[in-house]
Design a protein around this ligand. Structure first.
Ligand code: C2E
Ligand code: MG
Ligand code: MG
Ligand code: MG
Length: 296
């Protein structure tokens, strides 16, 4: 190899990169059959009231139990699924599975109104009949629409007009809650979002990281979050903080007015059974005060 242009060639034939590319291809082409083979599983992560420590809901997070590569995180395949369009059947499976599970929790623990929050990809809103899918799944599972929340990213709703916008309104009219996921990472603004039927903003983890314990608080972060929360509240929109990893973060986010928090401080994403156990026993995480189940 000539040293001068060796770099480019090396990257071209880099075995690791090549393996990576082959893995991508293998994953990409097996996504659809994997949905049919039932290789996906959902984990659930609690959403907790910052003021009272009550579990308000859970977010459903998909994993791929791959026969060859083991348990794969969504960042390994959601992008591919979006590119190939496999996200539409996969997304339908996620919705149906999450709603079925949420209905089971509702029947087992009628005193605990637990909302299941489901991530929805751009293509599900733009290229598929999401309203018909949601309506059919709610009818099939018997889950009341008020116990379902859909999480869309800013890019999914930005500039949405025509059918996508109409779908959002129809879903909201059905009683399904719409949340904006990873809020603050895109270019949308609250003035725009306030014209959409959005009930919750999920504040991206990058804001919350500024609230890391042990580090001096970044006053700019705190001021921005506080102003965002106030503005959201005036528009009738609730705020969930993602990536809450410490008691200190939870305390400060609560003081600033965020409504709910989600993160490792409360719980990692866990299998459905662990949520059932948590709903049955009261305190979710042993020794972690202020995290209770119920409808206080
Ligand atoms: P997201 O919707 O923003 O989900 C939150 C992510 O943050 C999850 O990663 C969760 O495990 C992680 N997380 C939760 N608490 C903490 C914390 O305290 N610290 C840190 N560092 N991370 C925390 P996960 O499960 O790997 O999912 C990644 C992304 O994949 C999700 O981000 C979502 O955009 C996408 N995704 C997951 N499931 C689905 C799905 O069913 N459909 C679609 N379309 N996308 C999904
Ligand atoms: Mg999400
Ligand atoms: Mg998020
Ligand atoms: Mg996120």
């Amino acid at each position: 190899w000539a040293k001068a242009d060796g770099k480019a060639r090396w990257t071209l034939f880099d075995p690791e990169r090549n393996a990576h590319r082959m893995t991508r291809q293998a994953l990409s082409s097996t996504l659809r059959p994997a949905v049919e083979r039932d290789e996906f599983v959902l984990q659930y992560q609690p959403l907790v009231g910052l003021g009272d420590g009550v579990v308000r809901g859970v977010e459903a997070l998909v994993r791929w139990r791959h026969p060859q590569f083991g348990m794969l995180a969504p960042n390994r395949f959601i992008g591919l699924a979006e590119e190939t369009g496999a996200i539409v059947p996969l997304g339908r499976w996620v919705l149906a599975t999450a709603c079925r599970q949420a209905r089971r929790w509702q029947l087992e623990h009628p005193g605990v109104p637990l909302v299941v929050s489901v991530n929805v990809a751009v293509r599900q809103v733009w290229d598929s009949d999401l309203v018909a899918d949601v309506a059919a799944i709610l009818a099939e599972t018997g889950l009341p629409p008020r116990l379902l929340q859909l999480e869309l990213t800013e890019s999914a709703v930005m500039g949405s007009a025509g059918r996508p916008l109409q779908q959002l309104h129809q879903l909201s009219d059905m009683g399904v809650a719409i949340a904006i996921d990873d809020f603050g990472t895109g270019y949308s603004n609250l003035a725009y979002l306030s014209r959409l039927p959005v009930s919750t903003l999920k504040l991206d983890g990058s804001f919350v990281h500024g609230f890391r314990s042990g580090e001096p608080p970044n006053p700019a972060d705190e001021t921005i979050v506080e102003a965002l929360v106030q503005l959201a509240h005036r528009l009738g929109i609730k705020v969930t903080a993602e990536c809450v990893e410490s008691a200190e973060q939870a305390e400060r986010l609560g003081r600033i007015g965020c409504d709910t928090g989600q993160g490792w401080f409360y719980s990692r994403p866990v299998p459905a059974d662990s949520i059932s156990a948590l709903l049955g026993t009261g305190p979710a995480v042993p020794g972690r005060a202020g995290f209770v189940c119920g409808s206080a």
